[in-house]
Ligand binder design. Sequence first.
Ligand SMILES: [Fe+2]
Ligand SMILES: [Fe+2]
Length: 405
Amino acid sequence: MKKILFVDDEPNILEGLERMLFPLQREWRIAFAGSGQEALDIMKEQAFDVIVSDMRMPGMDGAALLTEVKERYPDTVRFVLSGQSDRETTFRSVGLAHQFIAKPCNPKALKANVDSAFALRELLGNENLKRMISQADTLPALPKTYTALIDELQSEDASVSTVGEIVESDIGMTAKILQLVNSAFFGFGQDVASATQAVSLLGLDTVKALVLMVGVFSQADSKKVSEMLSLNALWRHSMTVGQYSQKISRAEKAGKDLIGDAYTAGVLHDAGQLLLAVNFIDDYRRVLDFASVSSVPLVDAEREVLGCTHAEVGAYLLGIWGLPDSIIQAVAFHHCPNLCPAVSFGPLTAVHAAEIFAHDAHGPDGDCSTPQIDLEYVDSLGLADRVDAWRDACLPCGQEGGCDQ
Ligand SMILES: [Fe+2]
Ligand SMILES: [Fe+2]
């Protein structure tokens, strides 16, 4: 049973929440606190899976409370309950909250957010990893892309389209901007899966403030990581899989939204590898050594050493960040699509096939440890005869080994 703690200084809001959330009492154990200090006292006594806090409170406000919670209880998932009038204060908590819920709280939306944040939690048996993922505020951007973005944002003729193109060419920036734009804080009320759309919805001024003042993006310290894993190679691989996923979706005559989702899912599909390589350098070195010494696929080595794979790690992070389900599904199952309950063509299908074609075109740049399309899976979708057309769309000259540069 999930344990959720709500914090608000206004007694009538807490009473209203209690009434509204009564039907969920069978699935959730819910507690209420009237101040930041009371919340910390309650948390001393028992662990919570989720904390949902108001921002403006006398004494310890929401930002101060979440800073403490992040420090003391890093595996508690942090939600902010925010109204339009709290915009200023909420801005300060961008790096502290995993998700924002709009006021007044809608129990159905809250339940959906909590369920999707936790859908993959059970898969991750490694408590250390869970803690590390919940603590990650950002996925680092490639330094040269980060610099290009800062230069563009600071230039007098900065344009939404150039900023969008830069953001969508980076794994970390794409993931972060989608977390922000999909949160209730900005109130767009729709699933956004495209980084360029995210930039244009937010507008240049907001993106500028978020990047230059709040510091929502960070840069990778590539020196530290590059001894064992080439970040450039991981980026090249991720961009190729993004582009191929887009081409495969076009070949399937998918709608504009699905094509965009497939591109994003491709860019993000190995986000877990980035997170592990940057935050768990020593463990990940052991994974890579194990894979090479034992000649086993990377995902098998990850499961052996860490107890879970980069696919599960990435999907869990994007889940607690509130990205759309189709993206999370594609990330979670890209190495084993047959485990996914979806029964029709979607971003997962495109990413799974794109990964194989990227391997055929460029060699094992990233993590391609399963250089075979899961034919049973594509057959179950009734698409086995489409694989050649997908391959032609990605590798037009029909040759393997890099004809499509
Ligand atoms: Fe992968
Ligand atoms: Fe990959």
